[in-house]
Write a protein that binds this ligand. Structure first.
Ligand SMILES: [Zn+2]
Length: 159
């Protein structure tokens, strides 16, 4: 299974959790090391869960309006630890919209880490490190952006 298949697949049991701030507990996004998710209260985050292709997926949406930083992280539950497949991001300190994505077979991703540096690639590839996009993302838009990227809008009448 690869990311394109996951995006295209019909989603079931989509569940949208409420907004939180600060640290993301391991129970929400079960990584072995959560240090990079131990952010302060200026970070808002929200979890979406769904089933697809007989697997369970989580999308962690993180937003820091002051820092102009948005990311939606797609992970798949696995007995070895969560497999993090993609970070869809806009952070105006550099670049425009981009993904850090593992385009490989998902089962080959190193489990339990936020970024498997051996398999992750930045897409689109760009030499341009400037960000030309105005950061206008607010909590009201955050889920829709993730839903469009990962393909769970059609099944979720909740947005
Ligand atoms: Zn990035």
């Amino acid at each position: 299974m690869r990311i394109a298949e996951i995006i295209r697949a019909p989603k079931r049991n989509t569940e949208l959790h409420p907004w939180n701030t600060g640290k993301v507990p391991r129970s929400s996004f079960p990584l072995k090391s959560v240090s990079r998710l131990q952010a302060g209260n200026e970070w808002a985050w929200r979890l979406v869960e769904f089933d697809a292709l007989d697997r369970h997926f989580r999308v962690l949406i993180r937003l820091n309006v002051g820092k102009e930083y948005y990311q939606a992280i797609l992970g798949m539950d696995d007995p070895r630890g969560m497999l993090v497949i993609c970070h869809h991001e806009l952070h105006t300190s550099h670049r425009d919209w981009h993904c850090h994505v593992s385009p490989c077979e998902v089962s080959n991703i190193f489990p339990g880490v936020l970024r498997d540096n051996a398999s992750m690639r930045v897409w689109p590839r760009s030499e341009n490190s400037e960000c030309s996009t105005r950061f206008e993302i607010r909590q009201a838009d955050a889920v829709t952006l993730a839903a469009e990227r990962f393909g769970f809008t059609a099944q979720g009448g909740f947005i």
